[in-house]
Write a protein that binds this ligand. Structure first.
Ligand code: NAD
Length: 486
Protein backbone atom coordinates (compact mmCIF):
# COMPACT_ATOMS: atom_id res chain seq x y z
CA UNK A 1 0.00 0.00 0.00
CA UNK A 2 1.37 3.43 -0.88
CA UNK A 3 0.53 6.06 1.65
CA UNK A 4 2.07 9.34 2.68
CA UNK A 5 3.65 7.51 5.61
CA UNK A 6 5.97 5.34 3.59
CA UNK A 7 7.46 7.97 1.31
CA UNK A 8 10.78 9.21 2.55
CA UNK A 9 10.01 12.91 3.16
CA UNK A 10 6.79 13.55 5.08
CA UNK A 11 4.36 16.14 3.79
CA UNK A 12 1.94 18.42 5.55
CA UNK A 13 -1.78 17.74 5.29
CA UNK A 14 -3.59 20.95 4.43
CA UNK A 15 -7.08 21.29 2.98
CA UNK A 16 -7.26 17.54 2.37
CA UNK A 17 -4.08 17.58 0.22
CA UNK A 18 -0.51 16.43 0.90
CA UNK A 19 1.56 19.57 0.59
CA UNK A 20 5.32 20.05 0.72
CA UNK A 21 6.51 22.25 3.54
CA UNK A 22 8.59 25.31 2.65
CA UNK A 23 10.95 25.13 5.65
CA UNK A 24 14.61 24.59 4.80
CA UNK A 25 15.58 22.40 7.79
CA UNK A 26 15.01 18.63 7.73
CA UNK A 27 15.31 16.01 10.44
CA UNK A 28 15.68 12.25 10.12
CA UNK A 29 13.06 10.02 11.76
CA UNK A 30 14.88 6.85 12.85
CA UNK A 31 13.43 3.69 14.37
CA UNK A 32 14.86 4.03 17.91
CA UNK A 33 15.24 0.25 18.25
CA UNK A 34 17.47 -0.12 15.19
CA UNK A 35 18.56 3.34 14.08
CA UNK A 36 17.05 2.52 10.66
CA UNK A 37 15.76 5.61 8.84
CA UNK A 38 11.96 5.55 8.59
CA UNK A 39 11.38 8.94 6.99
CA UNK A 40 12.49 12.53 6.98
CA UNK A 41 10.52 15.46 8.30
CA UNK A 42 10.72 19.01 6.99
CA UNK A 43 10.46 21.63 9.73
CA UNK A 44 7.64 23.85 8.51
CA UNK A 45 7.93 27.63 8.48
CA UNK A 46 5.47 30.14 9.88
CA UNK A 47 4.21 30.55 6.28
CA UNK A 48 3.27 26.86 6.23
CA UNK A 49 1.34 27.36 9.48
CA UNK A 50 -0.34 30.43 8.03
CA UNK A 51 -1.38 28.42 4.98
CA UNK A 52 -2.93 25.76 7.23
CA UNK A 53 -4.70 28.34 9.42
CA UNK A 54 -6.18 30.12 6.39
CA UNK A 55 -7.51 26.78 5.15
CA UNK A 56 -8.87 25.86 8.60
CA UNK A 57 -10.52 29.27 8.94
CA UNK A 58 -12.28 28.85 5.60
CA UNK A 59 -13.42 25.32 6.50
CA UNK A 60 -14.72 26.57 9.86
CA UNK A 61 -17.46 28.59 8.13
CA UNK A 62 -19.26 25.47 6.95
CA UNK A 63 -18.05 22.97 9.57
CA UNK A 64 -19.41 24.99 12.49
CA UNK A 65 -22.82 24.98 10.78
CA UNK A 66 -22.71 21.26 10.01
CA UNK A 67 -25.29 19.62 12.24
CA UNK A 68 -23.86 18.05 15.37
CA UNK A 69 -25.30 14.55 14.64
CA UNK A 70 -23.66 14.70 11.18
CA UNK A 71 -20.31 15.58 12.77
CA UNK A 72 -20.76 12.73 15.24
CA UNK A 73 -21.53 10.25 12.45
CA UNK A 74 -18.14 10.97 10.86
CA UNK A 75 -16.53 10.14 14.20
CA UNK A 76 -18.48 6.88 14.41
CA UNK A 77 -17.10 5.94 10.99
CA UNK A 78 -13.63 7.01 12.13
CA UNK A 79 -13.89 4.82 15.21
CA UNK A 80 -14.73 1.86 12.97
CA UNK A 81 -11.74 2.56 10.71
CA UNK A 82 -9.38 2.88 13.68
CA UNK A 83 -10.58 -0.49 14.96
CA UNK A 84 -10.02 -2.03 11.52
CA UNK A 85 -6.49 -0.55 11.37
CA UNK A 86 -5.62 -1.28 15.02
CA UNK A 87 -2.70 -3.60 14.28
CA UNK A 88 -1.26 -1.31 11.58
CA UNK A 89 -1.42 1.72 13.90
CA UNK A 90 0.17 -0.18 16.78
CA UNK A 91 3.04 -1.27 14.51
CA UNK A 92 3.54 2.30 13.32
CA UNK A 93 3.73 3.50 16.94
CA UNK A 94 6.25 0.80 17.88
CA UNK A 95 8.34 1.61 14.84
CA UNK A 96 8.61 5.34 15.41
CA UNK A 97 8.47 5.47 19.22
CA UNK A 98 10.10 2.20 20.26
CA UNK A 99 7.54 1.09 22.87
CA UNK A 100 6.55 -2.58 22.82
CA UNK A 101 3.78 -3.73 20.48
CA UNK A 102 1.60 -4.56 23.51
CA UNK A 103 2.00 -1.03 24.86
CA UNK A 104 1.35 0.41 21.40
CA UNK A 105 -1.76 -1.76 21.05
CA UNK A 106 -2.97 -0.34 24.37
CA UNK A 107 -2.22 3.18 23.18
CA UNK A 108 -4.41 2.65 20.10
CA UNK A 109 -7.20 1.59 22.44
CA UNK A 110 -6.82 4.78 24.49
CA UNK A 111 -6.94 6.81 21.25
CA UNK A 112 -10.09 5.02 20.09
CA UNK A 113 -11.72 5.72 23.47
CA UNK A 114 -11.23 9.45 22.87
CA UNK A 115 -13.01 9.16 19.51
CA UNK A 116 -15.84 7.23 21.18
CA UNK A 117 -16.22 9.98 23.77
CA UNK A 118 -16.18 12.70 21.08
CA UNK A 119 -18.86 10.83 19.10
CA UNK A 120 -21.22 11.72 21.95
CA UNK A 121 -21.11 15.31 20.69
CA UNK A 122 -24.91 15.79 20.47
CA UNK A 123 -25.20 15.20 24.22
CA UNK A 124 -21.93 16.91 25.10
CA UNK A 125 -22.82 20.07 23.15
CA UNK A 126 -26.19 20.56 24.83
CA UNK A 127 -26.80 23.75 26.73
CA UNK A 128 -29.01 24.39 29.75
CA UNK A 129 -32.21 26.36 30.20
CA UNK A 130 -34.30 27.74 33.03
CA UNK A 131 -37.81 28.60 31.76
CA UNK A 132 -38.79 30.87 34.67
CA UNK A 133 -36.07 33.15 35.93
CA UNK A 134 -38.72 35.84 36.61
CA UNK A 135 -42.32 36.38 35.59
CA UNK A 136 -42.54 35.54 31.87
CA UNK A 137 -38.77 35.49 31.58
CA UNK A 138 -36.48 32.66 30.59
CA UNK A 139 -32.78 32.14 30.29
CA UNK A 140 -30.70 29.59 28.41
CA UNK A 141 -27.09 28.71 27.68
CA UNK A 142 -26.05 27.62 24.19
CA UNK A 143 -22.72 26.15 23.19
CA UNK A 144 -20.65 27.13 20.15
CA UNK A 145 -17.20 26.21 18.86
CA UNK A 146 -14.33 28.65 19.42
CA UNK A 147 -12.90 28.65 15.85
CA UNK A 148 -9.51 27.40 14.66
CA UNK A 149 -7.68 25.44 17.37
CA UNK A 150 -3.95 24.64 17.38
CA UNK A 151 -2.57 21.41 18.86
CA UNK A 152 1.08 20.65 19.73
CA UNK A 153 1.95 17.11 20.82
CA UNK A 154 4.89 15.18 22.35
CA UNK A 155 6.76 12.11 21.08
CA UNK A 156 5.72 9.63 23.75
CA UNK A 157 2.12 8.96 22.68
CA UNK A 158 2.02 9.52 18.89
CA UNK A 159 -1.64 8.46 18.70
CA UNK A 160 -3.25 8.88 22.12
CA UNK A 161 -2.24 12.49 22.75
CA UNK A 162 -3.32 13.81 19.32
CA UNK A 163 -6.58 11.92 19.99
CA UNK A 164 -7.00 13.86 23.26
CA UNK A 165 -7.28 16.92 21.05
CA UNK A 166 -8.64 16.87 17.50
CA UNK A 167 -11.57 14.40 17.79
CA UNK A 168 -13.27 16.37 20.56
CA UNK A 169 -12.31 19.74 19.08
CA UNK A 170 -13.83 18.93 15.69
CA UNK A 171 -16.84 17.20 17.27
CA UNK A 172 -17.52 20.54 18.98
CA UNK A 173 -17.45 22.26 15.57
CA UNK A 174 -13.92 23.68 15.56
CA UNK A 175 -11.33 23.22 12.83
CA UNK A 176 -7.86 22.11 13.80
CA UNK A 177 -4.18 22.65 12.97
CA UNK A 178 -2.00 20.01 14.59
CA UNK A 179 1.76 20.06 14.93
CA UNK A 180 2.85 16.56 15.94
CA UNK A 181 6.19 15.81 17.56
CA UNK A 182 8.95 16.00 14.96
CA UNK A 183 10.38 12.86 16.59
CA UNK A 184 7.25 10.74 15.99
CA UNK A 185 5.44 12.33 13.04
CA UNK A 186 4.29 9.22 11.13
CA UNK A 187 1.23 8.25 13.12
CA UNK A 188 -0.35 11.70 12.78
CA UNK A 189 -0.37 11.44 8.99
CA UNK A 190 -2.08 8.06 9.09
CA UNK A 191 -4.67 9.38 11.58
CA UNK A 192 -5.43 12.22 9.18
CA UNK A 193 -5.73 9.88 6.20
CA UNK A 194 -8.18 7.65 8.03
CA UNK A 195 -10.26 10.63 9.12
CA UNK A 196 -10.43 11.80 5.53
CA UNK A 197 -11.57 8.28 4.58
CA UNK A 198 -14.26 8.54 7.28
CA UNK A 199 -15.68 11.52 5.42
CA UNK A 200 -14.23 14.56 7.17
CA UNK A 201 -14.51 17.60 4.89
CA UNK A 202 -11.23 19.08 3.65
CA UNK A 203 -9.59 21.68 5.85
CA UNK A 204 -11.25 20.60 9.12
CA UNK A 205 -8.11 18.76 10.30
CA UNK A 206 -4.73 19.96 9.08
CA UNK A 207 -1.28 18.64 9.98
CA UNK A 208 1.80 20.83 9.92
CA UNK A 209 5.08 19.10 10.76
CA UNK A 210 7.88 20.97 12.42
CA UNK A 211 9.43 22.28 15.61
CA UNK A 212 9.96 25.73 17.17
CA UNK A 213 9.09 27.86 14.14
CA UNK A 214 5.84 26.00 13.52
CA UNK A 215 4.97 26.20 17.23
CA UNK A 216 5.65 29.94 17.31
CA UNK A 217 3.59 30.30 14.15
CA UNK A 218 0.66 28.73 16.02
CA UNK A 219 1.18 30.78 19.19
CA UNK A 220 1.34 34.10 17.33
CA UNK A 221 -1.33 33.53 14.71
CA UNK A 222 -4.28 35.88 15.25
CA UNK A 223 -6.77 33.43 13.73
CA UNK A 224 -5.97 30.62 16.18
CA UNK A 225 -8.32 31.00 19.12
CA UNK A 226 -7.20 28.18 21.41
CA UNK A 227 -4.08 26.07 21.89
CA UNK A 228 -3.86 22.57 23.34
CA UNK A 229 -0.33 21.55 24.29
CA UNK A 230 1.18 18.40 25.80
CA UNK A 231 4.91 18.17 26.42
CA UNK A 232 7.71 18.99 28.83
CA UNK A 233 7.39 21.50 31.67
CA UNK A 234 9.61 24.33 30.37
CA UNK A 235 7.91 24.25 26.97
CA UNK A 236 4.44 24.05 28.57
CA UNK A 237 5.18 27.15 30.64
CA UNK A 238 6.43 28.96 27.52
CA UNK A 239 3.35 27.93 25.50
CA UNK A 240 1.02 29.04 28.30
CA UNK A 241 2.64 32.48 28.61
CA UNK A 242 3.00 33.26 24.90
CA UNK A 243 -0.38 31.90 23.82
CA UNK A 244 -2.13 33.76 26.65
CA UNK A 245 -0.21 36.96 25.82
CA UNK A 246 -1.58 36.56 22.30
CA UNK A 247 -5.13 36.36 23.63
CA UNK A 248 -5.70 32.64 23.24
CA UNK A 249 -7.21 30.01 25.48
CA UNK A 250 -4.53 27.57 26.57
CA UNK A 251 -4.37 24.15 28.15
CA UNK A 252 -0.75 23.05 28.55
CA UNK A 253 -0.13 19.61 30.05
CA UNK A 254 3.43 19.26 31.29
CA UNK A 255 6.03 16.98 32.87
CA UNK A 256 5.82 14.84 35.97
CA UNK A 257 7.63 13.05 38.79
CA UNK A 258 5.05 10.58 40.06
CA UNK A 259 5.47 9.04 43.50
CA UNK A 260 4.14 5.65 44.57
CA UNK A 261 3.82 4.88 48.29
CA UNK A 262 4.20 1.25 49.38
CA UNK A 263 2.64 0.67 52.81
CA UNK A 264 3.65 -2.13 55.19
CA UNK A 265 0.33 -3.94 54.58
CA UNK A 266 0.61 -3.80 50.76
CA UNK A 267 0.32 -6.97 48.69
CA UNK A 268 3.97 -6.89 47.61
CA UNK A 269 3.56 -9.12 44.56
CA UNK A 270 0.83 -6.81 43.25
CA UNK A 271 2.87 -3.73 44.11
CA UNK A 272 5.98 -5.05 42.34
CA UNK A 273 3.97 -6.01 39.24
CA UNK A 274 2.29 -2.58 39.06
CA UNK A 275 5.47 -0.64 39.76
CA UNK A 276 7.56 -2.59 37.21
CA UNK A 277 4.93 -1.76 34.58
CA UNK A 278 4.68 1.88 35.62
CA UNK A 279 8.41 2.55 36.01
CA UNK A 280 9.83 0.62 33.05
CA UNK A 281 6.89 0.23 30.62
CA UNK A 282 7.30 2.49 27.56
CA UNK A 283 10.93 2.87 28.77
CA UNK A 284 9.69 5.21 31.51
CA UNK A 285 8.69 7.70 28.81
CA UNK A 286 5.23 8.36 30.21
CA UNK A 287 3.90 11.43 31.99
CA UNK A 288 2.23 8.92 34.33
CA UNK A 289 5.36 6.80 34.83
CA UNK A 290 6.23 5.88 38.40
CA UNK A 291 9.64 7.46 38.90
CA UNK A 292 9.84 7.46 42.72
CA UNK A 293 8.77 4.75 45.17
CA UNK A 294 8.42 5.73 48.82
CA UNK A 295 8.50 2.69 51.11
CA UNK A 296 6.93 3.05 54.56
CA UNK A 297 8.37 1.21 57.58
CA UNK A 298 9.93 -2.21 57.46
CA UNK A 299 8.47 -3.20 54.08
CA UNK A 300 11.49 -1.79 52.22
CA UNK A 301 13.93 -4.71 52.17
CA UNK A 302 11.46 -7.39 51.09
CA UNK A 303 9.88 -5.07 48.52
CA UNK A 304 13.24 -4.12 47.03
CA UNK A 305 14.42 -7.74 46.78
CA UNK A 306 11.26 -8.65 44.87
CA UNK A 307 11.48 -5.51 42.70
CA UNK A 308 15.09 -6.12 41.63
CA UNK A 309 14.31 -9.75 40.96
CA UNK A 310 11.42 -8.73 38.68
CA UNK A 311 13.55 -6.06 36.97
CA UNK A 312 16.22 -8.69 36.25
CA UNK A 313 13.60 -10.76 34.41
CA UNK A 314 12.57 -7.92 32.04
CA UNK A 315 13.20 -8.62 28.35
CA UNK A 316 14.66 -5.64 26.57
CA UNK A 317 14.76 -5.33 22.79
CA UNK A 318 12.91 -4.30 19.65
CA UNK A 319 9.30 -3.72 20.70
CA UNK A 320 8.14 -5.53 17.58
CA UNK A 321 9.57 -8.85 18.86
CA UNK A 322 7.45 -11.19 20.96
CA UNK A 323 7.93 -11.01 24.73
CA UNK A 324 9.85 -7.73 24.64
CA UNK A 325 8.71 -5.53 27.49
CA UNK A 326 11.29 -2.73 27.47
CA UNK A 327 12.09 -0.93 24.23
CA UNK A 328 14.62 1.81 23.56
CA UNK A 329 14.43 5.46 24.60
CA UNK A 330 13.57 7.84 21.81
CA UNK A 331 16.99 9.10 20.66
CA UNK A 332 20.70 8.65 21.27
CA UNK A 333 20.79 12.12 22.86
CA UNK A 334 18.07 11.04 25.32
CA UNK A 335 20.08 7.93 26.15
CA UNK A 336 23.15 10.11 26.84
CA UNK A 337 21.06 12.41 29.06
CA UNK A 338 19.77 9.37 30.97
CA UNK A 339 23.28 7.95 31.48
CA UNK A 340 24.40 11.31 32.79
CA UNK A 341 21.53 11.27 35.35
CA UNK A 342 22.65 7.81 36.49
CA UNK A 343 26.16 9.20 37.08
CA UNK A 344 24.67 12.16 38.93
CA UNK A 345 22.69 9.81 41.19
CA UNK A 346 25.86 7.95 42.11
CA UNK A 347 27.71 11.21 42.80
CA UNK A 348 24.83 12.42 44.98
CA UNK A 349 25.26 9.34 47.19
CA UNK A 350 22.23 7.31 46.13
CA UNK A 351 22.85 3.55 46.05
CA UNK A 352 22.68 2.08 42.54
CA UNK A 353 21.15 -1.33 43.19
CA UNK A 354 20.38 -2.15 39.56
CA UNK A 355 22.50 -0.61 36.81
CA UNK A 356 20.71 -0.55 33.44
CA UNK A 357 23.86 0.69 31.70
CA UNK A 358 25.22 -2.84 31.58
CA UNK A 359 22.18 -4.23 29.72
CA UNK A 360 22.75 -4.69 26.01
CA UNK A 361 20.35 -3.56 23.28
CA UNK A 362 19.84 -5.35 19.98
CA UNK A 363 23.13 -6.11 18.17
CA UNK A 364 24.62 -2.96 19.66
CA UNK A 365 22.07 -0.86 17.75
CA UNK A 366 19.28 1.36 19.00
CA UNK A 367 19.08 3.60 22.06
CA UNK A 368 18.69 1.18 24.96
CA UNK A 369 18.96 1.69 28.71
CA UNK A 370 18.04 -1.22 30.99
CA UNK A 371 15.93 -0.98 34.14
CA UNK A 372 17.85 1.15 36.64
CA UNK A 373 17.04 1.36 40.35
CA UNK A 374 18.47 3.64 43.04
CA UNK A 375 17.93 2.99 46.75
CA UNK A 376 18.66 5.53 49.51
CA UNK A 377 17.39 8.49 47.47
CA UNK A 378 16.64 11.70 49.39
CA UNK A 379 14.35 14.58 48.42
CA UNK A 380 16.51 17.36 47.05
CA UNK A 381 18.76 15.05 45.00
CA UNK A 382 18.59 15.81 41.29
CA UNK A 383 17.51 12.26 40.46
CA UNK A 384 14.56 12.75 42.86
CA UNK A 385 13.72 16.20 41.60
CA UNK A 386 14.02 16.14 37.79
CA UNK A 387 11.86 14.30 35.30
CA UNK A 388 14.40 11.87 33.78
CA UNK A 389 11.78 10.32 31.46
CA UNK A 390 13.61 7.01 31.15
CA UNK A 391 13.67 3.60 32.90
CA UNK A 392 15.28 5.00 36.07
CA UNK A 393 13.48 4.49 39.39
CA UNK A 394 14.36 6.14 42.71
CA UNK A 395 13.47 4.61 46.09
CA UNK A 396 13.05 6.80 49.18
CA UNK A 397 12.69 5.05 52.56
CA UNK A 398 10.59 6.65 55.34
CA UNK A 399 8.98 5.47 58.59
CA UNK A 400 5.43 6.81 58.40
CA UNK A 401 2.67 7.65 55.92
CA UNK A 402 2.86 11.30 57.04
CA UNK A 403 6.50 11.40 55.93
CA UNK A 404 5.73 9.60 52.66
CA UNK A 405 3.03 12.11 51.73
CA UNK A 406 5.37 14.94 52.70
CA UNK A 407 8.09 13.59 50.35
CA UNK A 408 5.64 13.36 47.43
CA UNK A 409 4.22 16.81 48.14
CA UNK A 410 7.68 18.41 48.04
CA UNK A 411 7.86 17.70 44.28
CA UNK A 412 7.16 20.68 42.05
CA UNK A 413 5.27 18.30 39.78
CA UNK A 414 1.88 16.83 40.65
CA UNK A 415 0.50 14.75 37.81
CA UNK A 416 -0.17 11.39 39.46
CA UNK A 417 0.45 9.59 42.76
CA UNK A 418 -0.25 5.99 43.76
CA UNK A 419 -0.43 3.97 46.93
CA UNK A 420 -0.38 0.22 47.61
CA UNK A 421 -2.24 -0.67 50.80
CA UNK A 422 -5.27 -2.49 52.21
CA UNK A 423 -6.02 0.15 54.80
CA UNK A 424 -9.11 2.32 54.27
CA UNK A 425 -7.76 4.79 56.83
CA UNK A 426 -4.48 5.16 54.93
CA UNK A 427 -6.35 5.51 51.61
CA UNK A 428 -8.49 8.29 53.06
CA UNK A 429 -5.46 10.16 54.41
CA UNK A 430 -3.67 9.74 51.06
CA UNK A 431 -6.68 11.03 49.11
CA UNK A 432 -7.15 14.04 51.38
CA UNK A 433 -3.52 15.09 51.82
CA UNK A 434 -1.68 14.22 48.63
CA UNK A 435 -1.00 17.15 46.34
CA UNK A 436 -1.59 15.55 42.93
CA UNK A 437 -4.39 15.47 40.40
CA UNK A 438 -4.63 11.78 39.41
CA UNK A 439 -4.51 9.18 42.17
CA UNK A 440 -4.23 5.42 42.06
CA UNK A 441 -4.89 2.86 44.77
CA UNK A 442 -3.37 -0.57 44.12
CA UNK A 443 -2.90 0.25 40.42
CA UNK A 444 0.28 1.18 38.56
CA UNK A 445 -0.75 3.99 36.24
CA UNK A 446 -3.89 5.92 37.20
CA UNK A 447 -4.47 7.53 33.79
CA UNK A 448 -8.16 8.50 33.67
CA UNK A 449 -10.33 7.34 30.76
CA UNK A 450 -11.37 9.78 28.04
CA UNK A 451 -14.63 10.83 29.72
CA UNK A 452 -12.74 12.17 32.78
CA UNK A 453 -10.31 15.10 32.82
CA UNK A 454 -6.56 14.41 32.66
CA UNK A 455 -6.04 16.57 35.67
CA UNK A 456 -2.42 17.31 36.61
CA UNK A 457 -1.65 19.95 39.24
CA UNK A 458 1.21 22.32 40.07
CA UNK A 459 3.95 22.40 37.40
CA UNK A 460 2.38 19.41 35.63
CA UNK A 461 -0.35 21.62 34.17
CA UNK A 462 -0.76 25.23 33.01
CA UNK A 463 -4.27 26.51 32.40
CA UNK A 464 -7.76 26.03 33.81
CA UNK A 465 -9.59 23.42 31.80
CA UNK A 466 -7.82 20.06 31.45
CA UNK A 467 -7.83 17.75 28.44
CA UNK A 468 -10.67 15.21 27.93
CA UNK A 469 -14.03 14.76 29.60
CA UNK A 470 -16.31 17.70 30.35
CA UNK A 471 -13.26 19.95 30.75
CA UNK A 472 -12.36 19.23 27.13
CA UNK A 473 -15.86 20.18 25.96
CA UNK A 474 -15.70 23.41 27.97
CA UNK A 475 -12.27 24.18 26.52
CA UNK A 476 -13.38 23.67 22.91
CA UNK A 477 -16.66 25.60 23.21
CA UNK A 478 -17.87 29.13 23.96
CA UNK A 479 -21.14 29.78 25.69
CA UNK A 480 -23.87 32.22 24.76
CA UNK A 481 -26.45 33.21 27.36
CA UNK A 482 -29.89 34.21 26.12
CA UNK A 483 -32.27 35.95 28.48
CA UNK A 484 -35.70 36.70 27.08
CA UNK A 485 -39.17 37.96 27.82
CA UNK A 486 -41.68 37.06 25.12
P1 NAD B 1 8.79 18.48 24.37
O1 NAD B 1 8.36 19.57 25.28
O2 NAD B 1 10.22 18.39 23.98
O3 NAD B 1 8.00 18.62 22.96
C1 NAD B 1 6.60 18.74 22.93
C2 NAD B 1 6.21 19.56 21.71
O4 NAD B 1 6.72 20.88 21.88
C3 NAD B 1 6.78 19.03 20.41
O5 NAD B 1 5.78 19.11 19.42
C4 NAD B 1 7.96 19.94 20.12
O6 NAD B 1 8.17 20.14 18.74
C5 NAD B 1 7.57 21.25 20.78
N1 NAD B 1 8.73 21.96 21.31
C6 NAD B 1 9.80 21.43 21.96
N2 NAD B 1 10.65 22.39 22.35
C7 NAD B 1 10.11 23.56 21.96
C8 NAD B 1 10.51 24.93 22.09
N3 NAD B 1 11.65 25.26 22.70
N4 NAD B 1 9.71 25.88 21.58
C9 NAD B 1 8.55 25.55 20.95
N5 NAD B 1 8.12 24.27 20.80
C10 NAD B 1 8.88 23.30 21.29
O7 NAD B 1 8.24 17.12 24.96
P2 NAD B 1 8.56 15.65 24.47
O8 NAD B 1 9.97 15.32 24.85
O9 NAD B 1 8.14 15.47 23.06
O10 NAD B 1 7.54 14.82 25.37
C11 NAD B 1 7.84 14.40 26.66
C12 NAD B 1 7.29 15.33 27.69
O11 NAD B 1 5.90 15.45 27.57
C13 NAD B 1 7.53 14.83 29.11
O12 NAD B 1 7.91 15.92 29.91
C14 NAD B 1 6.18 14.29 29.53
O13 NAD B 1 5.96 14.28 30.92
C15 NAD B 1 5.28 15.25 28.84
N6 NAD B 1 3.95 14.68 28.70
C16 NAD B 1 2.99 15.16 29.54
C17 NAD B 1 1.72 14.63 29.48
C18 NAD B 1 0.66 15.11 30.41
O14 NAD B 1 -0.48 14.73 30.23
N7 NAD B 1 0.95 15.92 31.40
C19 NAD B 1 1.43 13.61 28.56
C20 NAD B 1 2.43 13.16 27.71
C21 NAD B 1 3.71 13.72 27.79
Amino acid sequence: MTTSTNVSMLKNFIGGQWVEATGSERLPVPNPATGELLAGVVLSSKDDVDNAVKTAKKAFKTWCKTSVPKRARILFRYQQLLVEHWDELARLITMENGKSYTEAYGEVQRGIECVEFAAGAPTLMMGTQLPDIATDMESGMYRYPVGVVGGITPFNFPMMVPCWMFPLAIACGNTFVMKPSERTPLCANRLAELLQEAGLPDGVLNIVHGAHDAVNGILEHPDIKAVSFVGSQPVAEYIYKIAAANGKRVQALAGAKNHTIVMPDADLDDAVKGIIGAAFGSAGERCMACSVVVTVGDVADEFITKLVDAANRITMGNGMDDDVFLGPVIRDSHKERTLSYIETGEKEGAILIRDGRKDQGVNGEGYFVGPTIFDGVKPGMKIWQDEIFAPVLSIVRVDTLDEAIDVANQSEFANGACMYTDSAKAIRQFREEIDAGMLGINVGVPAPMAFFPFSGWKKSFYGDLHANGRDGVEFYTRRKMLTGRY
